[in-house]
Structures are given as structure tokens and as C-alpha cells.
Design a protein around this ligand. Structure first.
Ligand code: BGC
Length: 334
């Protein structure tokens, strides 16, 4: 009897110990699994590098494409890209964002450099604190930036001038709406245009106004120009929303024969090109600029970039080129 009892006790003890063992090891394995998952998640959420991309205006459709390209690069490199920009184009705020990125010790900064005078010191301050900077869209050649990725802005102006010469006949009086008088890239786009047409007697620039890169201001300025200079029969808009504003002004004044060259392949601009309201568009590659700037910054940790100035493609398209543009659109904005 006593023997039977001790055998039973032994079996009960053994089974209890066994279940306890299984329980402990399974919860240990579970914890291990959870930990592993957590590590994976944290690794996914916190890549090694943290870059800040600063554009001229946070919610501008053009800059959203730059952001999209930079974000796409997150899928290829161990980096998180934080996108920032002033609410409305504003140099002081833009510079503050650069200084804040430096203060928070990010690993790299990608920024547009609207003016040499104001942006060179800010860029160099970042470089001195050991943070590499890539300029995008508008360069600051005299700064110590690692590289520039963006349009050759002077050349894009030359292309616009050439398109106007090719597409028009007879006397042409041009009104120019430019993003901002002080911005280097806008100056270059105007200068290139003027240089291209300077020997063509039948073409004259009548007036240049600034839109502050606002669609509404572009419309107001174009409207005023159309009221003041009856001879204006062509417009050149040098920043992404200017062409759209010029068309809106034209529709208010009711002029029919107005030749318009716009900048950038935003959806609305393409629709206006399709509808014969805009006649030529200067193409830039904002998505590619975003992607490449991240790529070059990443490479700069390993070696000095091969070329400091990296121009992305710029060209003119007209309505007839739209089918070709469709096929390459994914390179521009996806
Ligand atoms: C320019 C950008 C500018 C944008 C404004 C683009 O054409 O390249 O620098 O911020 O227009 O809409």
C-alpha cells in the first residue's frame, strides 16, 4: 500500500515538474520570440541614418514630388528621411530649419539654397559640425556642400527661350512671371531666357513680375501685366505654379492669342498643355532629385562623390510629346 502511494506520488511529482518545465520553456521561447520581433520592428523603425530634407514650401506640389523621391530611397538605404519646409516660402524660416537640423545632430541635410548670401553660412555651419549637406533644386556653389543635385537652371532658361523662338512668328512681347526676384535659380531661369532671345529683334521682354511662388499671386501679376501692356502676346512662368496662374489671368481678361511657356509637369499644368492653354513646358525631375540626393549623401559616408555638380534632366515638351511623357512619368513622379 505504502509502495503504491509513493509510486503515485512520484508520478504526480514527475508530471507536475514536466508540465512546469514545458510551461517555463514555452513562455521563455515566447519571450525570446517577442524580443526578436521587437528588435526587428525597432530596427525597421529606426534606421541607422537620419536625414532632413528641406524644401522651399512644405505643401507645394513640386516639393511633394521631391519628398516622394527621397522617401522612395528609404526602401534602398538604411535611412529615415524627414521632410520639412516653411509653410509659405520664407528664407528666415528655411534657414532656421537648417540650424535646427544641425542642433538635433542629424546625419545629413538635403536643402535647397535659395540665395548664396544667406544659405552659404548656414550650410557651412552644418559642415563644420560634421554634418554633410547636399543642395537640391538650387545650388550654392561657393559653399562647402558635398554635392548639388538638380536642374541646370540657366540651361533650362535657354531652352525656354529657344522654344519661344521656334514656336512663334512675328512680333512677340513677353511678360515674365518669376517665382522670386532674389532666388538664384529663378534669376538663372530668367537670365538664360533673355540671353537666348537677345539677338532676335522680333522678340522683346516687356516686364518681369514675381509671384512669390504662389498660384494666386502669379494670376494677379499676370492680370496686371495684361491690363498694363496691351501688346503682351506671350508669357513665360519660371516656377511650378506660375503657368497655372497665368492661364487663370488670361481667362479673366479674355485674350485669345497668348503663347505660354510654363515650368514643371504638375498634373494641372499637363491638363492645360493638353487643352492648348499652355504651349510648352520645361520639364524638371523632382522625384529623381529627391532619390538621388539621398543616394549621394549615403555614398558620401564611404567616399567623396565623383562629381559635385549633378544635373538632372531638363527639356521642353509640347502637346505632341505627351504620349512619350506618359511612358516616362513613373520616372518623374513614382
Ligand atoms: C522650382 C522650385 C520652386 C517651385 C515653386 C519649381 O519650378 O524648381 O524651386 O520651389 O517651382 O512652385
Amino acid at each position: 500500500m505504502q509502495r503504491r502511494m509513493s509510486v503515485s506520488l512520484f508520478i504526480i511529482g514527475f508530471v507536475t515538474l514536466l508540465s512546469l518545465g514545458i510551461f517555463i520553456s514555452s513562455s521563455f521561447l515566447k519571450t525570446l520570440n517577442i524580443n526578436e520581433k521587437l528588435t526587428q520592428l525597432v530596427a525597421k523603425e529606426l534606421p541607422t541614418y537620419h536625414f532632413v530634407l528641406i524644401g522651399e514650401e512644405a505643401d507645394n506640389d513640386y516639393w511633394r514630388l521631391v519628398e516622394k523621391g527621397a522617401k522612395e530611397a528609404e526602401n534602398y538605404f538604411d535611412v529615415h528621411v524627414e521632410y520639412k519646409g516653411p509653410k509659405r516660402s520664407n528664407i528666415k524660416e528655411h534657414l532656421k530649419l537648417i540650424d535646427m537640423a544641425v542642433a538635433s545632430k542629424v546625419d545629413g541635410i538635403i536643402t535647397q539654397a535659395l540665395t548664396e548670401e544667406e544659405f552659404v553660412p548656414a550650410i557651412n555651419r552644418a559642415i563644420e559640425s560634421g554634418i554633410p549637406v547636399v543642395t537640391i533644386d538650387t545650388d550654392a556653389p561657393s559653399s562647402d556642400r558635398v554635392a548639388y543635385i538638380g536642374t541646370d537652371n540657366y540651361y533650362s532658361g535657354l531652352l525656354a527661350g529657344k522654344a519661344l523662338i521656334e514656336d512663334t512668328e512675328g512680333e512677340v512681347s513677353v511678360g515674365i512671371i518669376t517665382g522670386n526676384f532674389n532666388s538664384e535659380h529663378q534669376q538663372l531661369r530668367v537670365q538664360g531666357f533673355k540671353d537666348m532671345i537677345k539677338d532676335i529683334e522680333r522678340i522683346k521682354v516687356v516686364a518681369v513680375e514675381e509671384s512669390n511662388i504662389s498660384r494666386l499671386e502669379a494670376e494677379q501679376k499676370a492680370y496686371q501685366l495684361l491690363r498694363t501692356y496691351e501688346e503682351i502676346n506671350a508669357f513665360y512662368g519660371t516656377s511650378a505654379l506660375d503657368g497655372i496662374g497665368i492661364v487663370a489671368a488670361k481667362n479673366k481678361v479674355n485674350v485669345n492669342d497668348l503663347y505660354i511657356i510654363a515650368f514643371d509637369t504638375l498634373d494641372e499644368t499637363i491638363k492645360l498643355l493638353e487643352g492648348n492653354e499652355i504651349h510648352a513646358v520645361v520639364v524638371q525631375k523632382p522625384f529623381e532629385m529627391g532619390f538621388k540626393s539621398v543616394e549621394v549623401l549615403m555614398e558620401s559616408f564611404i567616399y567623396q562623390p565623383k562629381s559635385i555638380v549633378n544635373h538632372t534632366e531638363t527639356k521642353i515638351i509640347r502637346k505632341a510629346d505627351l504620349p512619350d511623357l506618359e511612358t516616362e512619368m513613373h520616372l518623374i513622379r513614382e
